[in-house]
Design a protein around this ligand. Sequence first.
Ligand code: CP
Length: 370
Amino acid sequence: MSRHLLGLRDLSVTQIQHLLDLAQSYADGERPAGILAGRTLMTLFYEPSTRTEISFELAAKRAGAEVVRCDVDRSSVKKGESFVDTVQTLEALGADAIVIRHPMAGAPTLASQLVRCAVINAGDGMHEHPTQGLLDLLTVSQRRERIAGLKVALVGDVLHSRVARSALWGFTKLGASLTLVGPPTLLPPLLPSSLFPLPSQVTMTSSLEEGLQDADVVMALRMQLERQQHGYVPSLAEYARYYAVTARTLAYARPDALLLHPGPMNLGVEITADAAYGARSVIQTQVANGVAVRLAVLLWALDIDEQREPPRSLRELGAERGNAGAREREVAEIPATRPLPVIASGASRSGGPRGDLMNNEIATGLRPSQ
Ligand code: CP
């Protein structure tokens, strides 16, 4: 049997906690050697990626799987092959699991309805990025021992962010409260709760100071220029002036607040170097946790997670470590005076209509050729 991971909205609290416990055992150094021997993972990324694609590959290879990367730009997609045919071709070639990133919300959902192998969503349009959500939860729970009761602020381009949507479901299911912070144009449109019931622990504000007040966790979101059809802010400089997470604005949050960013960062836009490389940043830990999380997800999706020793819970592990947190890499100390890189000026502004973005827009709307 195989399972699909399409979004954290679909998972129960028990399933999320199980995946986090499993991932923690690998973050703590459990060796996965051979557990995926004889299995084939295929990655199919229609959008660029560094962290997600590489960490899926690393996780699968460390566990003994064969890994095949379908390079979309050199594949028959360039000759007009449809998404549906491409996915079915990969299954016919022997995929046990296909990891899909696609600009269209719901593409992995569509694929999951067409194949028997496991489909894992590696980010679909403005819908969800569930493995990112899991690694965000893991990173915070390693440092805080709990998610329940924490106050989490998501700052920036919430409207276009699949990371924000997975964080929303993950953090609220585990009992955190969430504040969405950004200019009104970059917050999801308010919908009647009868149409779309948001979890009651979610609030929104356009004041950075108000949104960060007493926050235990601050997550800066990437400005998704590639999904913006027209100017949502007067200029990036003006956006940064009011909404960038900096060492100064981070002071609105609790003194021990954690700073997350899913990456890649637009330094000088949604986050500045003094915050990103400062003492509160756990951004490199997020990246490192990606491998353990994706390994856990692969085992779960292929239904072999129960064939190993049951992992101990994060709580047990935390008590054993004296709350020292999980194995972590030190965040490099980079002086706050480091020059800021120039912001890419050629970002595409096509795609991505504004709409009911908390929902999976797809599933009925995706045409096979997309
Ligand atoms: N956070 C994230 O998805 O990064 P990549 O685009 O590099 O995979």
